[in-house]
Design a protein. Structure first.
Length: 77
């Protein structure tokens, strides 16, 4: 994941333009790279980053929960 920080320093149009430019550049690298604008001060991009992190880590967290509860194969013991 690539975060373009200090996004609050740019107007919306410039922010979108820079985001698209970086996404196009990163796409040439191949792989699964997510690029988002981000500003913790203004909350810009926070929801997108949170959703992406949830998508990446939720399956592993669920697996760990099942292991801790003794439900390793997804069925109750």
């Amino acid at each position: 994941m690539v975060l373009l920080t200090k996004a609050d320093k740019f107007k919306s149009g410039a922010r979108k333009q820079q985001l698209m430019k970086v996404r196009e550049t990163v796409a040439t690298f191949g792989g699964d790279v997510h690029v988002e604008v981000f500003s913790s001060l203004k909350g810009i991009g926070v929801d997108q980053v949170r959703r992406q992190l949830d998508a990446w880590f939720a399956p592993e967290l669920e697996r760990q929960r099942e292991i801790m509860e003794g439900d390793v194969d997804g069925e109750d013991a």
